[in-house]
Design a protein around this ligand. Structure first.
Ligand code: ZN
Ligand code: CU
Length: 492
């Protein structure tokens, strides 16, 4: 039966459909916001010769901190250029909801400053008014919920305070959040006992949502922290997702094998467990959150680079020992002075604390996804993961090291996270599914962002389609603004 011309047709693409199955050559037609045909396609109003290129579903960044970036940088260039079409935001317990307009919740809040919204629904409206380039799915953050009700208090909530916190989690879930996130190493989340977290995770469970956690410890007490995370998930009857899985600090390197074994045991026992990982040996976050000023850890400080420092821009991109030597300070003194300067709590640091072998162990595990954990503070020298994560997996770990196959890497970036995070009809190249697509050259795709030059966009990503519209093409951002706010397990 002859069909009318389609909006966009890719000819002779090597289709990796996101399922992990081997690629096949096909034409793929897009009509409106959906994939209309896979196989043969009628003429397109626009035709793209995709010979020699891979066409696959758009990538999902399962660990982002882009809540505020959707408002400040709606073009989301640092994600689009990597082929990311959907972000999961609100991680590590930091989310933009609930929000009281004008209130400053905590210093160095990586979810970004709040403006006029109060809840997820009104935050989504504010984002859509900016015409964002990519899709956004949200988690509701424990640190934020706790700060909203208790401020930065270092105590357990009273019964009515806990009830109020539960109400905020339930409201966000009702409005489409995918789950509750925690950041139990951070203030104020670290003052929560396990029971508090269980009570809040139960609210996520009642919507079939997830418990997503930056665990209480990722270093010497990593295995205890996995036990706590599993306990929360089991007691609340909720799926567990462990964020940026790692074993931090040289003496713990190699131990991700043990924590994965624990996660697998829990999974077999009935608590579903997934994880995410970023492909870098350094982490990054608000520096004050990692430091006890009365007992500065010298070994840690020696592994730290300054990413963003509003008081001393000249420190950005430099290691703390180098800064100390230049200023005539000890390493401890440097940390002290950087953090106690007027805007010290806004300082973002990069910490080289992860083992390369552990990254590969994580990537080989069947239930890990890829999450950048990028912090979208573009002033200064952000961690290169903000711009480079997805292409780095494809270049370094697939093409160069053969740690995983291309099909498997794509599955981890597409269908697997879409299924886990309730992204309906996304993550596979299938007729009737949303046209979030990436066209790339598997021979040349590569991250170019480095610790020295962190804001370089990757090469080899030819075209990115978001809900049927071209968002990126030949190195150019189109400004189509076709991203949407996605709600857990709802088709939109
Ligand atoms: Zn985190
Ligand atoms: Cu994070």
């Amino acid at each position: 039966m002859p069909r009318m011309a389609m909006d966009l047709v890719f000819r002779h693409a090597l289709v990796l459909d996101g399922s992990g199955a081997p690629g096949f050559e096909a034409d793929v037609g897009v009509e409106g916001d959906r994939i209309a045909t896979v196989g043969e396609a009628p003429p397109g109003r626009r035709e793209v010769d995709a010979r020699g290129l891979v066409l696959c579903p758009g990538f999902v960044d399962t660990h982002s901190h882009d809540d505020g970036a959707f408002l400040r940088h709606p073009g989301m260039e640092f994600k689009v250029a990597q082929g990311v079409t959907t972000d999961v935001s609100g991680n590590c317990g930091f989310s933009t909801v609930p929000n009281e307009p004008g209130r400053a919740y905590m210093p160095g809040d990586i979810s970004g400053p709040g403006a006029g919204w109060t809840d997820l629904e009104s935050y989504f409206s504010a984002c859509m008014a900016k015409r964002p380039a990519i899709n956004n799915l949200m988690l509701v953050g424990h640190n934020r919920v706790r700060a909203h009700v208790l401020g930065m208090e270092r105590r357990a909530p009273a019964a009515e305070e806990l009830a109020a916190m539960r109400g905020h989690v339930a409201r966000a879930m009702a409005q489409g959040a995918a789950g509750l996130s925690t950041g139990l190493i951070y203030e104020p989340g670290r003052y929560a006992r396990t029971e508090e977290v269980i009570a809040l995770a139960r609210e996520a469970a009642s919507y079939g949502g997830l418990y997503v956690t930056h665990m209480r410890n990722e270093a010497d007490r990593l295995l205890d922290a996995v036990d706590e995370a599993v306990t929360v998930a089991r007691e609340a009857s909720v799926g567990l997702h462990i964020s940026h899985h790692k074993a931090a600090g040289r003496r713990n390197w190699g131990r991700v094998a043990e924590s994965l074994a624990k996660a697998d045991a829990a999974h077999r026992a009935g608590t579903s467990v997934t994880l995410d990982v970023y492909p870098y040996t350094a982490g990054s976050g608000p520096m004050w959150q990692y430091v006890n000023l009365d007992a500065i850890d010298r070994e840690w400080a020696e592994c730290v680079m300054i990413a963003s420092c509003p008081d001393r821009r000249e420190f950005e991109g430099r290691m703390v020992p180098d800064i100390a030597a230049g200023e005539g300070w000890t390493v401890e003194e440097a940390v002290q002075r950087i953090l106690t300067a007027p805007r010290g709590k806004e300082v973002i640091c990069i910490q080289f604390i992860i083992d390369e072998g552990d990254i590969e162990t994580n990537l080989r595990h069947p239930r890990t996804f890829i999450g950048s954990d990028g912090i979208p503070v573009l002033k200064g020298n952000p961690h290169p993961r903000l711009f480079g994560t997805m292409p780095r997996v494809l270049a370094r770990y697939v093409r160069e090291r053969g740690v995983l196959t291309l099909e498997e890497a794509i599955r981890k970036m597409t269908s697997a996270p879409c299924e886990r995070f309730g992204l309906v009809k996304r993550g596979l190249v299938r007729e009737g599914w949303f046209a979030d697509l990436v066209l790339f050259d598997p021979a040349t795709v590569e991250d170019l962002a480095t610790y020295e030059q962190p804001k370089r966009e990757p090469r080899g990503i030819q075209m990115v389609i978001v809900n049927g519209q071209v968002a990126f093409e030949d190195g150019r951002h189109t400004g189509a603004g076709s991203g949407r706010m996605l709600r857990y397990r709802r088709e939109a």
